[in-house]
Ligand binder design. Structure first.
Ligand code: PEP
Length: 251
């Protein structure tokens, strides 16, 4: 089955109201050239209200970078799924490696975030991936399986049909060290195979993005691999021209 390519920009904690507006205008200006990919941008929470009306009526989807597992109440500094819906978000990143490593989010918490997002009608973009140490120890598949299985254990495999998976080797994020298309394809095929053991139809349908130093120059080769269905883009999503090059890389 042909899966749609998705390119999602994770802006992380970057930008100002002015720079974000300029970035959105830049992406919108080049959107006509993007024929094959769906495009989503994930600004910081505080910019959602500015960005949402700017992209309303365009093909650009709006996502957030994180969410709370709680619905409402005394959770200072947190943002709920209902708030994200209120700002017209369609998707939300869960389990980004920066959340896992810097903020102590473990597999169980990430699975809960996946569930909460899904229950609210948001598409969770579930990040999985190994550290360099784990790759060197030869336990990449074990780590990725554990991260994936936490969601399946909580939600059942059917929940994966309503989400997106992003394989992001931690050693490739923001380092300029992209996984080779073959390295990435191997892990993507492993992830799809693991899902297929439970449900072949869902495995065939689920989009698995690659993330980790994707650029205009390497996106086409990565996206040409059979199990790579697009990218989650950090650094290169902060420049409209670079991001658009990636969005145009699907053939
Ligand atoms: C990311 O953080 O999701 C990411 C892929 O970053 P970069 O593209 O900068 O490596």
């Amino acid at each position: 089955m042909a899966r749609q390519i998705l390119v999602a920009g994770n802006w992380k904690m970057n930008g100002s109201r002015d720079s974000v507006k300029a970035l959105v205008e830049g992406i919108k200006a080049g959107l006509g050239k993007v024929s094959k990919s769906a495009v989503t941008i994930c600004p910081s929470y505080v910019f959602l209200a500015d960005v949402q009306p700017m992209i309303a009526g365009t093909a650009i989807g709006l996502g957030a970078q994180n969410l709370s597992t709680e619905a409402a109440g005394a959770f200072t500094g947190e943002i709920s799924s209902a708030m994200l819906k209120d700002f017209a978000c369609q998707s939300v990143i869960v389990g980004h490696s920066e959340r896992r490593s810097l903020y102590g989010e473990d597999d169980a918490l990430v699975a809960k975030k996946y569930a909460v997002a899904r229950a609210a009608g948001l598409t969770p973009i579930l990040c999985v991936g190994e550290t360099l140490e784990e790759r060197e120890k030869g336990i990449t598949e074990e780590v990725v399986a554990r991260q994936l299985d936490a969601v399946i254990a909580l939600e059942g495999v059917a929940a994966l049909a309503e989400g997106v998976i992003a394989y992001e080797p931690v050693w490739a994020i923001g380092t300029g060290m992209t996984a080779s298309p073959e390295q990435a394809q191997d892990v993507h095929a492993f992830i799809r195979g693991r899902i297929a053991e439970r449900d072949a139809g869902i495995a065939d349908k689920v989009q698995i993005l690659y993330g980790g130093s994707v650029k205009g120059s390497n996106a086409a080769e990565l996206f040409s691999k059979p199990d790579i269905d697009g990218g989650l883009i950090g650094g290169a999503s902060l420049d409209a021209e670079d991001f658009l090059k990636i969005c145009c890389a699907a053939s």
